[in-house]
Design a protein around this ligand. Structure first.
Ligand SMILES: Cc1ncc(CO)c(N)n1
Length: 254
């Protein structure tokens, strides 16, 4: 009898918590509408500290001020090569979701453009590794890399909605864009031999591609259900956390 009451009590508590979460999502949506900004911008404001942690990491600062230990850069390069290889099937899964769920043809074109440049990116990783004397065939993924690839795997599942997947996709690309663009800004002292790497993600074309992804995500989020909104916000936070861990991993290797 007592146990039954307790179960009912717990149910009530979790129901109340769920309602609270739903109200919070609605509030965020209203705030975004009021400020005439997209949902993604509203979330980046809400989670500013974490976003700054991912885009202004000490690893990035050390590239920008020229104090980077080249061993850390080499670790990052080798590990990111593995990450990008795992990112390709994730991007393909987003493409499939866009084909099935989007009513806007241009979504496919933006995502396809991203996939096409991944082919070029993989070639770049190979020649860059060659330049630094790294053999990519013997690289073992480190724990934070495995965890991040695990997140990609989970987001590839068919039951993950397009809105959630495209939000994560945008966030993954945007973190690199913001991080590496920072290394090329005026006053930066990025070593000459690292500039090409920074250019890959810090260039204007990549910035525009990220904006296109963000626009798609915002349009989808505007029409999303409370559940989708919640899942998309959680996916965004997971991406940011994994990005921080990825930088930490690269820096800790020296
Ligand atoms: C860890 C990581 N995040 C984002 C990108 C952008 O594609 C990348 N190459 N690697």
């Amino acid at each position: 009898m007592y146990a039954m009451q307790e179960v009912k009590g717990q149910k009530r508590v979790s129901e109340t918590l769920r309602r609270g979460e739903k109200m919070e999502e609605k509030l965020e949506k209203l705030k975004a509408e009021e400020k005439k900004i997209g949902m993604t911008e509203a979330w980046l404001r809400k989670h500013r500290l974490l976003y700054t942690g991912a885009t202004r990491h000490p690893f990035i600062h050390s590239i920008r001020d020229g104090t980077i230990d080249i061993a850390a850069f080499k670790t990052w390069l080798a590990q990111d090569y593995l990450f990008v290889r795992a990112f390709v099937p994730f991007a393909a899964s987003v493409l499939i979701k866009a084909y099935k769920e989007s009513d806007d043809d241009t979504d496919i074109e933006v995502i396809l453009g991203g996939i096409a440049s991944l082919k070029d990116e993989i070639s770049w990783f190979k020649s860059e590794a060659n330049k630094w004397g790294i053999s990519l065939s013997n690289v073992v993924p480190q724990k934070p890399n495995k965890n991040y690839c695990g997140l990609l795997e989970s987001l590839m599942r068919p039951e993950v909605e397009y809105t959630v997947a495209i939000t994560a996709f945008w966030a993954i690309e945007a973190v690199y864009q913001e991080s590496f663009a920072h290394c090329l800004e005026e006053g930066s002292q990025t070593p000459e031999e690292l500039k090409e790497a920074c250019e890959r993600w810090g260039n204007e074309g990549f910035a525009q591609y990220c904006q296109s992804l963000q626009k798609i995500a915002n349009l989808r989020l505007q029409k999303a259900s409370d559940d989708e909104l919640k899942n998309a916000e959680v996916a965004l936070l997971s991406v940011l956390e994994h990005e921080v861990e990825f930088w930490n991993m690269s820096r800790a290797s020296v």
